[in-house]
Write a protein of this length. Structure first.
Length: 271
């Protein structure tokens, strides 16, 4: 059975992992807020270079997290995420972009793909949905940042499509991990979100529950899962963590639960 589990590393960092990726030999992890060096309100494993936290502490946190997962923190490729659907393919030449400086990160990019070993992909989250993808046949990985805008824009599906077009990946071979984010228990939205969702996702009523006049509880996990299923991904290859960042604010950063004053989780994956 595919699962999302937590583990504590030898350097005292707690992070989550997908058993199907682990069994495939893919180093990856989704950080928690535990084990870092940052002070409140970023306590303690803040990985965001743009949160207002001390950048020296963030760099130290990134090093700790990468060491826990088993990747080289100096080779990480990260992005300046803007809730759009821009996707970048990176190679060894990009290694280290955004690793220590936000200004060096990929410009206005919300998903990254690589077929190059030892070039870790790192995206940041504090309620939005992390989507990790691995094709074990073509040996290609990707990470996507799917907030509600990215989800409406089908960024996970578009990432998968670019993997197909650029590397010959097949949807049925791909393993998908949908990580912790704000869950349907806590994600209350209004017409400003439901309107665009309704226009892009015909099955929108299957992923919402009415919550008062003009309000709904939205399940972003299920939207992304259904989008990927419609793109040919096998249901048994999709693992949904089903962990809410807002409900578990003692373990995970939540932008909404902390009124925007918080750190960022990291999702990292490497071949």
């Amino acid at each position: 059975m595919n699962e999302f589990l937590l583990r504590k590393s030898n350097n005292n960092i707690w992070y989550g992992f997908f058993t199907q990726f682990y069994q495939a030999g893919i180093r990856h992890g989704i950080s928690t807020r535990l084990g870092g060096v940052s002070s409140a309100p970023y306590c303690s494993l803040d990985l965001g270079m743009h949160t207002g936290d001390d950048p020296v502490k963030v760099q130290a946190n990134r090093k700790l997290f990468c060491e826990a997962v088993g990747v080289n923190h100096r080779s990480v490729v990260s992005a300046q995420q803007v809730h759009k659907d821009t996707i970048a393919i990176v190679t060894q030449a990009d290694a280290g972009r955004g690793a220590d400086q936000y200004a060096d990160a990929l410009w206005e990019t919300d998903a990254i793909i690589t077929a190059t070993p030892d070039v870790p992909l790192l995206l940041l989250f504090a309620d939005c949905v992390p989507v990790l993808i691995f094709d074990p046949v073509q040996r290609v990985i990707a990470a996507a940042h799917a907030g509600w805008k990215g989800t409406v824009a089908q960024i996970a599906v578009k990432t998968l499509k670019m993997m197909q077009e650029s590397f010959g990946c097949c949807s049925t071979n791909c393993l998908i991990g949908i990580g912790p984010s704000i869950g349907p228990c806590c994600y209350e939205v209004d017409e400003g979100v439901i309107g665009p969702l309704r226009n892009s996702f015909p099955e929108w009523q299957s992923v919402v529950k009415p919550h008062g006049d003009g309000r709904w509880m939205l399940n972003l996990w299920e939207v992304n899962r259904q989008q990927l299923l419609s793109s040919g991904v096998s249901a048994e290859n999709i693992t949904v963590a089903e962990v809410c960042t807002s409900c578990n604010n003692d373990l995970l950063f939540s932008y909404r639960a902390e009124n925007g004053h918080t750190g960022r989780l990291g999702a990292v994956i490497t071949l």
